[in-house]
Design a protein around this ligand. Sequence first.
Ligand code: FAD
Length: 415
Amino acid sequence: MQKPPHVIIIGAGFGGLTAAKRLAKAPVQITLIDKRNYHLFQPLLYQVAIAGLTPSQIAYPLRTIFRRQKNLTVLMDEVTGVDFQAKQVQTASQTFAYDYLVLAVGSRTNFFGMKSIQANGHEIKDVSSAIATRNYLLTVFEQAARATDAALRRALLTFVIVGGGPTGVETAGALSELIHLVLTKDFPRMDFKDARVVLVEASPHLMPNVYPRNLQAATLQLLRRKGVSVRLRAKVTGFDGKRVQLDVGDPIPAHTLIWTAGVQAAKLAETIEVDKGNGGRVRVKATLQLPGYPEVYVVGDAAYFEDEAGQPLPLLATVAQQQAQRAAENIRQELRARPPQPFSYKDPGLLATIGRNAAVARLGGISFSGLLAWLIWVGLHIYRLIGFRNRLVVLLNWAWDYFFYDSQARLITKE
Ligand SMILES: Cc1cc2nc3c(=O)[nH]c(=O)nc-3n(C[C@H](O)[C@H](O)[C@H](O)COP(=O)(O)OP(=O)(O)OC[C@H]3O[C@@H](n4cnc5c(N)ncnc54)[C@H](O)[C@@H]3O)c2cc1C
């Protein structure tokens, strides 16, 4: 009997997971390779960094997710290269042949070559960087509690977040609330008038290129109401661990910088010699196939895909999921000897939270902000988490924090 075609999916993030599920009933054998043994719900990662949630509440083991999918094998390994001519994928120890390949390796932080920021700043991109950020933030409060010098204490309690996109905005709002609603109780003798969260954005607006003007203005207003200082039209150019350098004005004395201002394709994309767009993302055809290699599909953050207006699609979970659905459907089309179809993104709207009772939303073409947007944000994020247990635990956790002004994970877990 002829063996079914072998589909290799690299990456079990939003794109890879969706593609794997969509091929569950297809006559193929799937190998899903990821360097982690879990799927991570990145949209709530900032909550790990600000001590609101623990990693296990926003991640789920891949082997549990695919326990019942008979045509799929999970492999925890890091892919080090792809030979498109030979149709082979290489890991450190093995080589696998494929008939179809779905590349869904995601993205990583882009520091734009600014070494001082990379060395001294923090990022929120994976579990280890979120935990490192949490440990650092909480340690800085302990140092501030011991500091006798007023200028040093002020610098320790100044938190600079770079990038006014959704991650920067959500982190700034949540950090400000952590400080003013929770840590003030933990450190009753510390003077919190020195504590400030500064959000720096290079463009004249928050949420640039993503949100309509009225929501950009609402985001700014809500953040300021939460006590965040917002610096627009300013670029961060360096950080030595004690002072944040800007292209305009005086440096900001601060011991913490969280960088959320840039993204580039995952490292594997760098090793692949194909045509790339912004941030090293792999250019794909309208059908999401790699030019010259029709059996290879690239989806999600790693793919560079322009919409009808010639604009690259944003790096969003919804884009990755929709592209993965199209790629899986196109593989099924090809198995039926039918031509693959072009991808078109259906924008489901946008949502970002700025803290308790505060969010901005554009849904069904209507923009709004405030409590209703926040309730929708909470409901949607709980619904989108994988696993009933995680949903329940996060819901209870958030309810507890909401009513008791608490946050669960205020542990410094490093020696
Ligand atoms: C802090 C943060 C907040 C966000 N908030 C939102 C939000 O609110 N809404 C929204 O829509 N989007 C949000 N995003 C963006 C969203 O998470 C991404 O667009 C989405 O995860 C992209 O999906 P993907 O499948 O392309 O990549 P990912 O989900 O990143 O998955 C890539 C996978 O590939 C694996 N991998 C990478 N390289 C290799 C290799 N060489 N070998 C094996 N495995 C490999 C990784 O381990 C990972 O599991 C946020 C992102 C971050 C970082």
